[in-house]
Design a protein around this ligand. Structure first.
Ligand code: UDP
Length: 327
């Protein structure tokens, strides 16, 4: 297929671009490089542009006879969304509406959209199925939920075919060590722990020890970035005009912040000093996926998402690329 990957120079996008290329798809990447990395994608495939450039986007779609869009471009930090909601609504909602306008005016009707577990808020039942009510507790989650609803309406009214893939915690790096996680500033747990192991930080602060979980720290479901990439390729094959697929993408296993710390200590052999700090705004205590629907409908089975493999691949990347992509 001819595919436009919006936000394809970012963490999950770049891993997916590589899989698409390996499978022989014709891939173009549209990215403003505000958080993505030129070095993470083949240079001949990259178009640098903004989602506000609707006419330009339409031209890119038309001139390249694009058949489907994968849309990764978004701000995705819970805490930042609480302190700066305007950026989140502007980028994640208005930006996506622009992309959908460009797609409609170019007769491109297939899209795979990066949604999130944050659309569920604090779940009433664990593990979380797709039937769980969506009541986000932070602007990031709400911005993604708005687009899920928009896609529903566009599917009914305009025959759009979409998948909304609700990621749990993306983690790890490509096993060969070529691609990995590089955020500035870094806020995610595993990269921060590994930066301590590399001597780039003195210690890590664990955000809260008074949650209603066995060890008092938050529990998350970590899913390897290459397993997420695989699910996108499978979802592309299952798109149907006028309907949407909404699928949880997680491993089905939950680990507490302290369990992640322990695994990082084991893999790196470093003591990784930790202190306890206050809770971080917008963090629910426990998020674990029931991903059986994605496994059934997509015939998807995560290959790299046991915790040790996640941490080992991330460690391999961070050791080989201590300054990330070097930008
Ligand atoms: N966390 C932490 N210290 C850090 C970064 C994260 O204790 O320096 C916790 C965070 O509160 C959450 C978990 O680790 O419970 C995963 O956070 P991350 O930012 O990696 O992903 P998120 O769950 O926000 O998508």
């Amino acid at each position: 297929m001819k595919i436009l990957v919006v936000g394809g120079a970012g963490y999950i996008g770049s891993h997916t671009v590589r899989r698409l290329n390996q499978q022989g798809h014709q891939v173009l990447i549209f990215d403003n490089l505000c958080t993505g990395h030129r070095q993470a994608v083949p240079s001949g495939q990259l178009i640098v542009g903004e989602l506000s450039q609707v006419d330009y986007l339409s031209r890119v779609l038309r001139e390249n006879e694009i058949e489907a869009v994968l849309h990764f471009a978004a701000f995705a930090l819970v805490g930042e969304s609480v302190s700066d909601p305007a950026s989140y609504y502007q980028n994640n909602v208005a930006g996506t509406l622009n992309l959908l306008d460009a797609m409609r005016s170019s007769d491109v009707s297939q899209i795979v959209f990066s949604s999130t577990t944050a659309t569920y808020g604090t779940p009433q039942q664990l593990p979380i199925t797709e039937q769980e009510p969506q009541n986000p507790i932070n602007p990031y989650g709400f911005s993604k939920l708005v687009i899920e609803r928009v896609l529903d309406d566009y599917a009914s009214a305009y025959g759009m075919a979409y998948a909304a893939l609700r990621y749990f915690n993306a983690a790890g790096a490509s096993p060969d060590g070529d691609l990995g996680e590089d955020h500035t500033p870094e806020s995610h747990l595993i990269p921060i722990l590994l930066q301590v192991a590399l001597g780039q930080r003195e210690n890590v602060t664990l955000f809260g020890e008074d949650y209603p979980t066995p060890d008092g720290t938050c529990i998350r479901d970590y899913i390897h970035v290459d397993d997420l990439a695989d699910a996108h390729l499978l979802a592309l094959d299952r798109l149907n005009p006028g309907t949407g697929l909404k699928l949880n993408l997680g491993s089905g296993s939950g680990y507490s912040v302290k369990e992640i710390l322990d695994m990082c200590r084991q893999v790196t052999g470093h003591a990784i000093p930790a202190t306890i700090g206050p809770r971080r705004a917008g963090d629910p205590p426990e998020l674990v996926a029931d991903a059986s629907r994605a496994r059934d409908l997509l015939d998807w089975s995560p290959r790299y998402s046991d915790l040790r493999t996640i941490v080992e691949t991330a460690w391999h990347w961070h050791r080989a690329h201590p300054t990330g992509y070097g930008t």
